[in-house]
Structures are given as C-alpha cells and as structure tokens.
Design a binder for this molecule. Structure first.
Ligand SMILES: [Zn+2]
Length: 85
C-alpha cells in the first residue's frame, strides 16, 4: 500500500490504510480549491456582511449630511435675500 500523502509504501495498518501514519492523515493540504472556498466563506461571514452594511449606511449618512448642508446654505441665502428687501 502507498500513503496518499507522502507516497511511501506502508503496511496499511494505520487507520483506514489510506495513510502511513497519523502525521500524514492529519496534514491538511491547502490546494487552490480550498483557498477559494475559504475566501468565499469569508465573504459570506457575518463580520464581512456587517462591515458592508455599515459602509452602506455610512454612505447614506454622508449623502444625508450633504443634503443638510445644502439645505442650510439655501436657508442662509433666502434669509440674506429677505433681509435685503
Ligand atoms: Zn505518509
């Protein structure tokens, strides 16, 4: 039998016989596929969702602030116009 991890020949007595030793059975190989999966799950994680929502709210808040600022300036202009009359 050959170990699926290190390809060394072994008796197959360890576990299901797929690996030569515990060390080989426990080794996790990070292939590009698993990295992509991890990235996808990270995107869907609650922390990222929360951060995205916060950013959206911040954008809305900034826009609202801008509207308030424009309103304020508008009022100031109207006030100054009324004073000249
Ligand atoms: Zn091995």
């Amino acid at each position: 039998m050959y170990c699926e991890r290190c390809n060394s020949e072994h008796s197959g007595e360890y576990g299901s016989g797929r690996f030569c030793s515990r060390a080989c059975a426990n080794t996790r190989v990070f292939t590009t596929e698993t990295i992509i999966k991890k990235k996808k799950s990270a995107k869907n994680s609650n922390a990222v969702k929360l951060a995205n929502e916060l950013q959206k709210k911040l954008k809305i808040l900034k826009q609202y602030q801008l509207i308030l600022l424009i309103n304020l300036k508008f009022h100031l202009i109207i006030n100054s116009l009324q004073q000249t009359h």
